[in-house]
Design a protein. Sequence first.
Length: 270
Amino acid sequence: MSGIWLAVSLLVLAGAAYWLARRRQQNLALLRNRLVAVTQSVRQTGDNIAHDLRTPLTRLRADVEAALRQEDGKVHRAALERVLDEIQGMQNIINALLALGQAEAGGMRVKKKTVDLTGLLMEMIELYAPSAEERQLTLKGRIDPNLTIEADRQLLARILSNLLDNELKYVPAGGLIMLSAAARGDKLEILVEDNGPGIPEDMRDKIFERFARLDPSRTVSSGAGLGLSLVRAFARVLQGDARVIESSLGGAAFIVTLSTSAADVSRPAP
């Protein structure tokens, strides 16, 4: 009888050892795939950074060399102003990448408090209305009253700013931009939509990647391709998400969904 129990025990141990070995192989394969993905992402990001910084650096050098050939103080001042603009653009790219890294690594500090979301959205409309008017765009709001959320007000403002900056950049003159918000059960849904050219279906997830652009031209003046990456990363820090669909207005509709629960909002996304 003891021989049978010994045989059974050995079979159980062998099965457990096999299962552990197989699990270890699966974990190693998963880790290897993640390392490959991270390496490819780092390489692609490095290439994109080099590409995006090379153009302004080339312009900087050309401006400085041209100014040095002149004796006119006005020419020098104009060159310095252009240099300052280029430096600001490059600094914006670096700051955006640092913010993305913090958000995606779960290292961003969230200062949670009760936020009057309705009031914040109305403030953003008032803030961006003059810029929209300058570009011959109409900015309207359709916001439910008394919306509140337990979240970081600054992060919410940055989400909205990046969305509205994106709209001002890509919606043609004469277009309409609509900012709306409403409660959906225990969720809040913020919608920024337009009647512009829209986004092809096969690009609707890709545009949230770093340095993604619909326009093939890659210039700092047309944007670094980081704004929508920040929108999704910040939304996920607040335990939400961001996506884009076709708008009923005919263009693109960016939807940010956030939890109203204080317990959910305070934790960084994994």
